[in-house]
Design a protein around this ligand. Sequence first.
Ligand code: ADP
Length: 257
Amino acid sequence: PAQPVYAGDLPEGLQKISNIIAVSSCKGGVGKSTVAVNLAYTLAGMGARVGIFDADVFGPSLPTMVSPENRLLVVNPESKSILPTEYLGVKLVSFGFAGQGRAIMRGPMVSGVINQLLTTTDWGELDYLVIDMPPGTGDIHLTLCQVAPLTAAVIVTTPQKLAFIDVAKGVRMFSKLKVPCVAVVENMCYFDADEKRYYPFGQGSGAQVVQQFGIPHLFDLPIRPTLSASGDTGIPEVVADPQGDVAKTFQNLGVCV
Ligand code: ADP
């Protein structure tokens, strides 16, 4: 595997994590958080010890996508480390659980907050930490790659031609940071109605990605009312319907990360 470019020593709280998986997209609203959360709960369903780090400080989605009993992070008074909250056995850290509203911050402050949240958390022993990356390819991504040795990246996109250009940017960024992109998830690919399948955003850009960049896996996710509802009820789709088609797609994704 490629050597990550993280600088300095690995923070103590991250030392017992076997795999750090970044779920990334170049644009907002394509379903990155939906994929991150469902991937994490799929891995947990397969028996792994899993955590989710929501690295989006401007629009943290984790607090609406899962429903932990305790919605505030606790700081251990002795070690000063952050203790994640938990829902169905998955450890969770998000700025949205930090007890503050949406903050107005400049870039370096955002990087500082993310760095602090990620590295001062006592994650304990984890097989997978899934990071819900902020959208884009900027400073925050660099910060994350410097503090945490990312094992692999999953890129989420939609089928439009324009999205292809964004995917290319994302793949190039991770390749510069020496993080392998193991899969692309093409979200909102199609929907079924009246016994017909419709492709509202066109077809073919996923296949082009796989061909052009040699990414080993491509997964399609349909537009599903249940997927959007599960984002609001706080129960991930793969938990609500573990035998469904969406859960099967995530199991296949889980195997490749
Ligand atoms: P991002 O993290 O990229 O901003 P989200 O995962 O928050 O995107 O998704 C944006 C919105 O679209 C959410 O309300 C989510 O529930 C909904 N959504 C995402 N994927 C699907 C899908 N395949 N079918 C229906 N709704 C979806």
